[in-house]
Design a protein around this ligand. Structure first.
Ligand code: KIV
Length: 272
């Protein structure tokens, strides 16, 4: 079922202009209406409905299990909460690695059923046939290079990528190919800062880093991580802007105690 599609204030043209003028781009993930409304209301430029929903919303250890239907459900919930930001949705694992018609059909479903503004695809040269097909259909595509969590079983871990010359050269080549193919932006995850800076200088589209240093055109974090909701996860690149795990735990403990002691509800919190 399709939803009404509207053009929000931040568009691919806005993002291209921000690269031109050197204005940094702020991007965060969201997976539901309430969080998206808060993140958008605070003035974020891009909201990513990431397949990291598989981890933070569903509790899987990798991003592989999340389905296209589940991504569309999250994207629909986010879009209902967003007025201003550009909303981009991850194409889930498996949708872009085979038949280009299957990839196009999945991208069209995301756009039609959620009302999002674009899709993100992990991978370089090997993904170009699908990326070209989707862009030709009028759908904005964001690339994603470096640590690509959908390939975790091939990569063998979540460590820093492109430390060696050969992988760094391939990443730069892939970045240029994605930009030439018409991607509107590129996420670079967990790569050395000097390499990310070089890519940022050499391609015309905005680069958005996560663990890729300060020279990228913008930054992205998983919202649950930067809000400190996930107690155990503290990679080097993560800055926590709040400690919601502690705040929420204290609030829940306080509520439990009030209920048990008969202190909630009080006289003002009920009808006589
Ligand atoms: O799924 C996700 O949250 C992502 C970001 C880490 C860039 O792809």
């Amino acid at each position: 079922m399709s939803v009404e599609s509207k053009v929000r204030a931040v568009t691919t043209a806005t993002l291209a202009q921000m690269k031109q003028t050197g204005e940094k781009i702020a991007m965060l993930t969201s997976y539901d209406y309430t969080m998206a409304k808060i993140v958008d209301g605070a003035g974020i430029d891009i909201i990513l409905v990431g397949d990291s929903a598989a981890n933070v919303m569903a509790g899987y250890t990798t991003t592989l299990p999340i389905t296209l239907d589940e991504m569309i459900y999250h994207a629909k919930s986010v879009v209902r909460g967003v007025e201003r930001a550009f909303v981009v949705v991850d194409m889930p694992f498996g949708t872009c690695s085979g038949n280009v018609e299957v990839a196009l059909e999945a991208a069209i479903r995301i756009m039609k059923e959620s009302g999002a503004d674009g899709v993100k695809i992990e991978g370089g040269e090997e993904m170009l046939p699908s990326i070209r097909k989707i862009i030709a259909a009028g759908i904005p595509v964001m690339g994603h290079l470096g640590l690509t969590p959908q390939s975790i079983h091939q990569l063998g871990g979540y460590g820093l990528r492109a430390k060696e010359e050969a992988e760094a050269e391939k990443l730069l080549k892939d970045a240029k190919l994605l930009a030439e193919a018409g991607c509107f932006a590129l996420v670079m995850e967990k790569i050395p800062a000097p390499l990310a800076a070089k890519v940022t200088k050499e391609i015309a589209i905005p680069t958005i880093g996560i663990g890729a240093g300060a020279e990228c055109d913008g930054q992205v974090l998983v919202v649950h991580d930067m809000l400190g909701m996930n107690k155990g996860f503290k990679p080097k690149f993560l800055r926590r802007y709040a400690n919601l795990h502690e705040v929420m735990t204290e609030a829940v403990e306080h509520y439990i105690s009030d209920v048990r002691q008969g202190e909630y509800p009080n006289a003002d919190e009920q009808w006589s």
